[in-house]
Ligand binder design. Structure first.
Ligand code: NJP
Length: 243
């Protein structure tokens, strides 16, 4: 309650749903994404439904200078944040030899560098206060791999490496670090990742309900865990997908 929670990639999917969940629990959502119009609409709806008015900022997390500016503005508007959820991310599913270096760099810039930049932007204040919680939305693709996801999988492996090392560095502080590793979730993600729709069709029966993923992730704030593995994926029975 009353916690200030920054969520990156809050304009759709689980980021948007986590924003509702935070507000419903009496926290203050601070929502970041490139699509400002979507954030405006989401903030309006949240305000109507819960009476909590989220703060919203337009941000491309792959722009390091913009990240610094937005977090400075957040601090001057509401003070130090309690929780950062590094959720902004995307994939392009294609064969390794088909991925251009432009795609490779762009995916790393958003999924990895963006999360690192946002983390650095809150860390100093968290260390001063000896208080905070940083949650990384990684993926089962950061632990396992499937064909056509080599670059995406590499970004999520990198993100987990960063988070796991950070957790060790912060072990004797009041700052917690959690990672969330979901399997496929029913969001816009697949339409961006694979315009042909074939990947989505393949994993259709293993899809997680985004509301459940959002609820479980926000649950980490009250009951922190190092790692939240939301059911394992492909090739494992659908039964495991009942959360
Ligand atoms: O996807 P989607 P999800 N700067 O597409 C934002 C991971 N995950 O909710 O900027 C800032 O609905 C984008 O906003 P906008 C996945 O890797 C997913 O499923 O306005 N924000 C939007 O709000 C990702 O890390 C699955 O376009 C940027 C949001 O990111 C997280 O879950 C499985 C941005 C994406 O919302 C949320 O994805 C899994 C940028 N440069 C992990 N680029 C899955 N869905 O199957 C994008 O294991 N965003």
């Amino acid at each position: 309650k009353d916690k200030k929670v920054v969520i990156t990639g809050a304009s759709s999917g689980i980021g948007e749903l986590m924003a509702y969940e935070v507000a419903a629990k009496g926290g203050k959502p601070i929502l970041l994404a490139r699509s400002y119009d979507k954030l405006l609409k989401i903030a309006e709806n949240i305000s109507e439904q819960t009476g909590v008015t989220p703060l919203i900022f337009k941000l491309d997390v792959s722009d390091g200078d913009a990240v610094e500016k937005v977090f400075t503005t957040i601090k001057s508007s509401v003070g130090n944040v309690d929780i950062l959820i590094n959720n902004a991310g995307y994939a392009r599913f294609e064969l390794a030899h088909e991925a251009t270096m432009e795609t490779v760099e762009s995916m790393f810039k958003v999924n990895v560098f963006g999360s690192i930049a946002c983390t650095q932007a809150v860390l100093e204040n968290m260390l001063t206060e000896d208080h905070g919680h940083i949650i990384f939305i990684a993926s089962q693709a950061g632990k396992l791999a499937t064909p056509k996801s080599s670059v995406y999988s590499a970004t999520k492996h990198a993100l987990l490496g960063f988070a796991n090392s950070l957790r060790m560095e912060l072990a004797n502080t009041g700052i917690k670090v959690s990672t969330v590793n979901p399997g496929p979730i029913r969001t816009e993600f697949f339409r961006i990742a694979d315009k042909t729709g074939s990947y989505e069709k393949n994993v259709e029966k293993f899809m997680l309900d985004p509301k459940v993923v959002a609820m479980k992730t926000i649950g980490l704030i009250e009951n922190p865990k190092r790692e939240l593995n939301l059911p394992r994926w492909m090739g494992i029975g659908t039964k495991l997908y009942q959360l």
